[in-house]
Design a protein around this ligand. Structure first.
Ligand code: TA6
Length: 286
């Protein structure tokens, strides 16, 4: 069930009978909405977001592949978020853990144009599942389909923008005592000393070898987000604060925090025929 979203771009809406829902655009395989059973939006999307290719959508969950940031020769954050994905109408069956989950499988394969900038054939299958209880699950399967027998290497992130009541009321837990690369200081390596992470100015760090669960507390809303991840060892925490960004409102930074499940420090290498699997599960409670 494809419907038209902003600017006529195709999107899929997944719904559970208790009222939770997810919206995903085929452009970028970009999740732009995740609502709980009360209809409350859990993801942040900028009111200035530009739903016009080739610009990536500001907010939601951009898929960052095959390059995180400027860590290579491609445009920043790669090209998966700037491509039109297709729907796989013959997806593999669901595993027992997600019986009664509603899902869509989206596919991305490189075009001849893409091969000029990144000469590697791949198939990226992203399954977006809305679980019966309203949790959102993203499973990624990336296969090296290069017939020439060349391996390729990539970095990756689910660049999730969570909606928060006010950034000053937010704590991120689970990253204490870990090493991080500070993007604001030439990616120098530091160790986190605080018991918890709070954000009071521009913040842009890649935490390394992080545990499978990270928690975001929104004290004002009394909401807790849980980020569970598999195959994604790193975690980026980003808030631009008052930095000027064309498709972000001047005060938008107050209402968002990016906590991104990622594979950055140790890029992933796939030999021909090999498949890389990763999973992100987002849940919320009060
Ligand atoms: O993940 C954090 C980050 O890499 C920041 O450095 C910041 O620039 C952000 O992503 C947004 O990037 P974008 O290309 O979407 O403007």
């Amino acid at each position: 069930n494809i419907t038209k979203g902003i600017n006529g771009l195709d999107k899929i809406i997944l719904r559970q009978s208790h009222g939770s829902s997810v919206e995903v655009y085929l452009y970028g395989a970009h999740v732009t909405s995740w609502k709980n059973e009360r209809g409350e939006e859990l993801l942040f999307v900028s009111s200035k977001a530009i739903f016009s290719p080739p610009k990536a959508i500001r907010g939601g969950i951009p898929v960052i592949f095959p390059q995180f940031s400027n860590l290579g020769s491609l445009q920043s954050h790669g090209f998966a978020r700037n491509r039109f994905w297709t729907i796989d109408n013959n997806p593999a069956p669901v595993k027992s853990e997600v019986v009664n989950g509603v899902f869509v499988d989206l596919l991305l394969k490189s075009t001849e144009e893409d091969l000029k900038i990144w000469p590697h054939r791949f198939e990226f299958r992203l399954r977006v599942t809305l679980k019966p209880g309203g949790d959102l699950m993203l499973t990624s399967h990336i296969k090296n389909t290069d017939a020439d027998g060349k391996p390729f290497t990539f970095t990756f992130a689910h660049h999730t923008y969570f909606s928060v009541s006010n950034i000053s009321e937010v704590e991120v837990k689970g990253l204490e005592k870990l090493d991080y690369l500070d993007n604001l200081k030439n990616r120098e390596r530091y160790t986190e000393h605080g018991d918890t992470i709070t954000i009071e100015s521009e913040f842009d760090r890649i935490y390394l070898s992080t545990p499978p669960k990270i928690t975001i507390l929104d004290h004002e809303k009394r909401r807790i987000f849980e980020v569970k991840k598999y195959g994604l060892p790193d975690a980026v925490v980003w808030n631009p604060w008052a930095k000027t960004i064309v498709d972000l409102g001047a005060n938008d930074y107050k209402y968002m925090v990016c906590v991104e499940a990622a594979a950055i420090e140790k890029p992933v290498t796939l030999k021909p025929g090999e498949v890389w699997n990763a999973k992100l599960e987002l849940s919320t409670r009060h």
